[in-house]
Structures are given as structure tokens and as C-alpha cells.
Write a protein that binds this ligand. Sequence first.
Ligand code: FMN
Length: 191
Amino acid sequence: MKVVAFNGSARKDGNTAILVNAVFGELKKAGIATELVQLAGKKIRGCTACGKCFEKQNNRCAVKGDIVNDCIEKMLDADGIILASPTYFADVSSEMKALIDRAGFVAKANQDMFRRKTGAAVVAVRRGGAIHAFDTINHFFFINQMVVPGSSYWNIGIGREVGEVKQDAEGLQTMKTLGENMAWLLNKLNG
Ligand SMILES: Cc1cc2nc3c(=O)[nH]c(=O)nc-3n(C[C@H](O)[C@H](O)[C@H](O)COP(=O)(O)O)c2cc1C
């Protein structure tokens, strides 16, 4: 089994990545393969509303020249998908929203192709807006008929400068519990 995570932060290996790795730790203990795709520095644009995904129905986005089709392939290949983002102006980053809109539209054009995969949101935040970002990500999972495990708190970790999130003991514990629950659910669904 495999879980792929997408880190929407503009900062590679920052707080969001640290939180994802805390979830990965528990998945790995359960023998689940993991891959982290960091969007930082990569080309990614928003949906152009061309509707070609609905015309062609080939599991692909018609916009070429960026990483979205690679990301969609990785999502299709995985049993579980983590969408992780820092909080930017009380929502996900632009890069994460671009991925949500484009992968989401392609999935809707192709019979909800992520249906019954497991999904989890991970959010880093300095102070406010994390719940809104968490909700944005969960909207993607639920409209795609995905199955979402919970944790002991909503999946957020608090920190500003890189590494500060490691001081948020409750946030890290939330991520570990999420990893345990995600592994449990993946085994129930695919084991
Ligand atoms: C453009 C921008 C907007 C931000 N907006 C918020 C915000 O609305 N609320 C908040 O608490 N933190 C905000 N932050 C802080 C980040 O969410 C925080 O530093 C987070 O830990 C960054 O994660 P990263 O290290 O993975 O990039 C913002 C940061 C940036 C760069």
C-alpha cells in the first residue's frame, strides 16, 4: 500500500513538511510506503476552465507544461492521498488550490476516479485560519467520494519559522494519531 503527500508550501522542508513526516512515521511503522511531493519552486497554474477534461475523459488535465498531470498520476497510483498546506491568508496556498481545482475537475470528469481512496489534510499555521484551510482540503476529499480518518484534534500544527512546529507537542501528537488512524483505515479498506 502507498500514501502520497503533496506539500503546498512555497517553503520546501518547512513546518508543513515536518508535520507530514510525523504522519509518515506511523504509516511506515505499519509497512505502508510513502512519498512526499513538494510543490515549492515547481511550476503550477490554476484551472483554465477549458472543459477538455470532460471532453476527453482521459484522466488528464489539458493544461501542459507543469506538474499537475504527474501529481494526478501519483494520486491515481496511491491508496491514500495527503494534501498538506501552510495557512496563507486563512486558507491553503495558491499552489495547493491550483492542485485541488485541477485534480478535482479531472476526477469529476472521470467518474470520480479517486473514489474510496483514503484522504487526509495536514495544515501548518502561525496563529489563525488553519481550520478554514483544513476545510478547503476536506471539501476536495468529500466531493470525490473519498474516505477520511480523524485524529484527536483537527490536523493542524502551530509554528512560524521553519522547525517551530516541533515545539507544538499537541500538534505533533495529532499527526501521529492521524498516521495511526490512516494506517488502520487503509488496512480495513485495502488489506
Ligand atoms: C503569504 C503568507 C500568508 C500567511 N498567512 C497566514 C495566516 O493567515 N495565518 C497564520 O496563522 N499564518 C499565516 N502565515 C504563516 C504560515 O502559515 C506559517 O509560517 C507556517 O508555519 C508556514 O509553513 P511552512 O514552513 O511549511 O511554509 C502566512 C505565511 C505566508 C508566507
